[in-house]
Design a protein around this ligand. Structure first.
Ligand code: PLP
Length: 410
């Protein structure tokens, strides 16, 4: 008799991030829209991209598809660790040229985006490993940890510390860090990241560093890769993605770096890297070959230039949004190094109360901060990954219709 996975079934219902967003957030929007059919809705809840793929990438995808349609150039399965040209381009054009970090291509694994990599990477570690996660956090870190049945320790992110936590006081084995952070949009300094690297090295812990938004960083002298911190290769796995830097949310290409020098208890150099190969050989035979050709084009000189222009477009959206909110007296974070604006709710409103007020007075839809963890209560996240005319219209309605701070009482 087959029986269901109880952990998975307990997570479903109304408890996962996607279900909350799709059922509760979307449910409120639908109810409101039914009662106010004339009201324009500004959907700023989802972190999905809206700009088209850059021309250099489109050409590469079309060429790749044509090669698959020709018997002389057709290719089948890729190397399961990913296209070797792409892995080399990630090392040379991205890590070495942009960040000054030296990696070998055998240390890079291509994935179908960062989502699966950030959660699946836990399979490298023993079931009793304790996991520390920022609170608030990108929800799949928490949900993936619950699914794996691992004990979770919260790393509280507070405004006083610009939402960058301190290393845990107790002993943990795995530490998720995400900078620029989703949802708060903030970044960590070299000293703040060094404290985590020191902790990890002293405790034989491993940092899982989510760097999905690093193309959005504009503040100078902030590390864009955990490997910019001395000694980090010995204790950190880094996960990157083409989703936000090149509008690949639909194409699905990301990567994961497992340095050979990364060792934990009872392992030799290269062993974790090898174990991940074994795991992928069993469970994952790579992402689409056409999409990987598109990713190679992203890392060409022309591709990087075109992608950076689109990232700048989103950043400009974020700044316009933040300026509009601040003009109404709201306290905001993010939008400088990330496409997210993290708004402190006025007059001690709860996240959901503020969500309602914003929706009912302007038609703008965000994600209540509490959905990202208890530390997000009292905040709301807006995504600026939309179209500029939508952002401009939203800012106009914000300025025209949002109540002044003292009128924000429930
Ligand atoms: N990590 C963070 C912090 C994200 O915000 C997202 C997507 O929004 C992901 C990972 C997943 O990205 P991908 O599209 O590469 O799977």
């Amino acid at each position: 008799m087959a029986t269901k996975n109880l952990v998975l079934s307990q997570l479903t219902g109304k408890k996962t991030y996607t279900e909350i967003v799709f059922k509760q957030v979307w449910g409120k929007v639908e109810t409101y829209q039914a009662a106010h059919p004339q009201q324009k809705i500004f959907m700023m809840a989802f972190g999905d991209t809206t700009q088209p793929l850059p021309p250099t990438v489109v050409r590469a995808l079309v060429d790749a598809a044509n090669r698959l349609g020709d018997p002389k150039t057709y290719t089948g399965y890729e190397d399961i660790t990913g296209n070797s040209e792409l892995r080399q381009a990630i090392c040379a054009n991205y890590y070495r040229e942009k960040l000054g970090v030296e990696l070998e291509s055998a240390e890079v694994f291509i994935s179908d985006g960062a989502q699966s990599a950030t959660v699946n990477i836990q399979e490298l570690f023993a079931p009793d490993n304790i996991v520390a996660i920022q609170n608030p956090a990108y929800p799949s870190f928490v949900e993936g940890t619950s699914l794996a049945g691992r004990f979770l320790v919260n790393l509280c992110c507070q405004e006083e510390n610009n939402f960058v936590p301190k290393p845990p006081e107790q002993k943990v084995d795995l530490i998720y860090l995400c900078f620029p952070n989703n949802p708060t949009g903030t970044v960590a300094t070299l000293e703040q990241l060094k404290a985590f690297v020191d902790y990890a090295r002293n405790n034989q812990a491993v940092i899982i560093f989510d760097a999905v938004y690093n193309a959005f960083m504009t503040t100078p002298n902030i590390p864009r890769s955990i490997y910019e911190i001395e000694g980090a290769k010995e204790c950190a796995i880094e996960i990157g993605s083409f989703s936000k830097m090149a509008n690949f949310t639909g194409l699905r290409v990301g990567w994961c770096v497992i340095p050979n020098v990364l060792t934990i208890n009872d392992t030799v150099p290269g062993e974790l890297n090898h174990l991940w190969r074994t795991r992928n050989a069993i469970k994952f035979w790579g992402t689409t070959n056409v999409a990987q050709q598109g990713a190679i084009a992203v890392l060409s000189a022309a591709g990087q230039k075109e992608c950076q222009e689109q990232v700048n477009y989103y950043l400009q959206n974020a700044r316009l949004l933040r300026n509009g909110l601040e003009a109404k007296g709201l306290k905001c974070f993010g939008a400088i190094d990330s496409p997210f604006v993290w708004i402190e709710t006025p007059q001690d409103l709860s996240s959901w109360e503020f969500f309602d007020k914003l929706l009912y007075s302007t038609g703008i839809v965000g994600v209540p901060g509490c959905v990202f963890g208890s530390g997000g209560e009292g905040y709301l996240r807006l995504s600026a990954l939309g179209q500029r005319d939508e952002i401009n219209a939203a800012v106009k309605i914000l300025v025209d219709s949002l109540p002044e701070p003292e009128q924000w009482q429930c």
